[in-house]
Design a protein around this ligand. Structure first.
Ligand code: SF4
Ligand code: SF4
Length: 511
């Protein structure tokens, strides 16, 4: 059976936080009224930001380009609806530091009209794989599981690497979130079509869709769709049901469970022949290729005890979290925290007027009971965090080095291998906010690396300048010496001439 293990493996560590999916798992995907304005950041993916190609006053169709992809790893950004660009300005976005980012502010015209020139392909399998990848690239499709890595890159493995398996991440192991489960229940055939297109782009035949066993309806829907759509066609697509365990949706852990293989430290899944894509990304790929539609919306789960009406909503990119919360009846009294994403890896928001971006899977409104805002105590060296870590790191030591600003030591304890899954913080009896310390340590090391690079560059510039000055000085000296030698030779020449005439006159006189 190739790369897929006959018996599911178990990864190291992991935790079992309460699922809390019952709040929204029955809520069918709905749309929301057109917001008054959309705030679309030019940078919503991993890699270089997109370059703005629009000006204030431009009127656009839905799907028109707002920002073209930057150099290297990047993705373009498109207009989520038809309307007018009323500003291009800095706006606060979902970032731990409350950072602002350059955004296009779009005032919808209410028609929500796609650009009629956007054309899809009826038979994607007649295209060259490279042409499929180009369509995915120009549609701005990125990983919708939260990582936002441009999808065309993962669909373009290096020539010397063979892809044995396309692994579809439909695990959705973060508590509360149900957007992927609802997508599988409501659009299973679209998921399968997207997978077949991705298999064609990768030129591989094996695909596993990994789903945890707490989503029986999604499992049934996908099994039916696979039986109906994929049988008799190219490719071997299978649904694999997994036990519930957090963080099984983390790429490396999912690969280990399904294939029994471990991605080496600092290595990539492709190094062991696997490419992983999120299940919602498969649908975005299908929409891009079959209909020529760029990624301009995503499904967002709005949930938590603090929201009046939990929901799964298809939201236009750039819609403000405030508008989404208002559509769900607003926050209930007693809400103490709003989180963008899941409770384990999401970002606690300082303010809610931030836009939904391609990576926003959820908005959680949490009450005191649900949130982990308990006071921090000293570490008691219990080792629970070590047992919980799926990467086999030593979180308590890492946190200590970060807290005491011994940043160099953090390299030795593999801080950058940490995937910030939050399992360690979840089990910590002292409520040490371990992930905050890791993020602090990573930021400090990254800024130190930037400073060092700058210093090294300056050092090199100074060295080059000194070498140039030394060369110029040497050249000057050499010219001076040459001049001196010339002068001396001239002087000598004049002296010889005088003696010569004297000699001539002497001879003459002798004759
Ligand atoms: S957050 Fe990092 S250190 Fe903590 S369990 Fe996850 S990977 Fe390990
Ligand atoms: S779980 Fe918390 S208290 Fe226990 S060793 Fe880790 S950081 Fe310390």
């Amino acid at each position: 059976m190739g790369i897929v293990a006959s018996v599911l493996k178990k990864f190291h560590g992991g935790v079992h936080p309460p699922g809390r999916k019952e709040l929204s798992e029955q809520c069918a995907i709905e749309s929301m009224p057109m917001p008054k304005r959309l705030v679309v950041p030019f940078h919503q993916h991993l890699g270089a930001p997109s370059e703005p190609v629009v000006n204030v006053g431009d009127t656009l169709f839905k799907g028109d380009l707002l920002g073209s992809a930057g150099d290297g790893i990047s993705a373009p950004v498109h207009a989520p609806t038809s309307g007018t660009i009323v500003a291009i300005e800095e706006h606060v976005v979902g970032h731990p530091s409350g950072l602002t980012m350059l955004c296009a502010i779009l005032e919808p015209d209410g028609k929500d009209q796609w650009n009629p020139q956007l054309q899809g392909v009826d038979d994607p399998f007649s295209l060259e794989p490279a042409a499929v990848r180009d369509l995915v690239k120009s549609a701005g499709v990125v990983g919708l599981g939260g990582a936002t890595f441009p999808s065309f890159v993962k669909l373009s493995p290096p020539r010397d690497k063979v892809v044995d398996l396309l692994l579809i991440n439909a695990v959705e192991c973060e508590p509360y979130l149900t957007c992927d489960a609802r997508l599988m229940e409501e659009r299973p055939l679209d998921v399968v079509e997207g997978i077949r297109i991705m298999l064609h782009a990768l030129q591989t035949k094996e695909c596993v869709i990994g789903i945890e066993n707490n989503k029986p309806k999604a499992i049934a829907a996908m099994q039916n769709a696979v039986a109906r759509e994929a049988s008799g066609k190219d490719g071997n697509i299978r649904v694999v049901v997994l036990p519930v365990m957090y963080p099984q949706g983390s790429e490396k852990q999912l690969i280990e469970v399904v294939t029994g293989r471990q991605v080496p430290s600092k290595g990539l899944p492709i190094h062991i022949g696997v490419v992983v894509h999120n299940v919602a990304t498969a649908v975005a790929v299908r929409d891009a290729v079959r209909f020529g539609r760029p990624l301009v919306s995503r499904i967002v789960t709005v949930t938590g005890q603090g929201i009046t009406r939990p929901a799964n909503i298809e939201v236009l990119i750039g819609t403000l979290a405030d508008d989404v919360i208002a559509h769900c009846g607003g926050l209930k009294p007693g809400t103490c925290k709003v989180v963008m994403g899941g409770p384990m890896m999401g970002l606690a928001l300082h303010q809610t007027n931030i836009p939904i971006v391609k990576g926003s899977s959820g908005i959680l409104a949490l009450t005191q009971d649900e949130s982990s805002g308990k006071p921090e105590h000293s570490c008691i060296r219990c080792g629970s965090c070590v047992s919980a870590c799926p990467i086999q790191l030593v979180p308590c030591t890492m946190a200590w080095f970060a807290k005491t600003e011994q940043f160099d030591q953090l390299i030795n304890v593999d801080l950058f291998d940490c995937v910030e899954c939050g399992s360690c913080a979840y089990v910590c009896p002292s409520n040490v906010p371990l992930v905050h310390y890791f993020r602090y340590g990573k930021l400090a090391l990254q800024s130190k690396a930037r400073e060092e690079k700058k210093r090294e560059l300056n050092k090199q510039r100074t060295k080059l300048r000194d070498e140039r000055l030394a060369r110029e000085k040497e050249e000057k000296e050499r010219k001076k010496e040459e001049m001196k030698a010339k002068m001396a030779a001239k002087k000598k020449g004049k002296g010889t001439e005088t003696h010569g005439s004297e000699a001539v006159s002497g001879e003459e006189s002798r004759s």
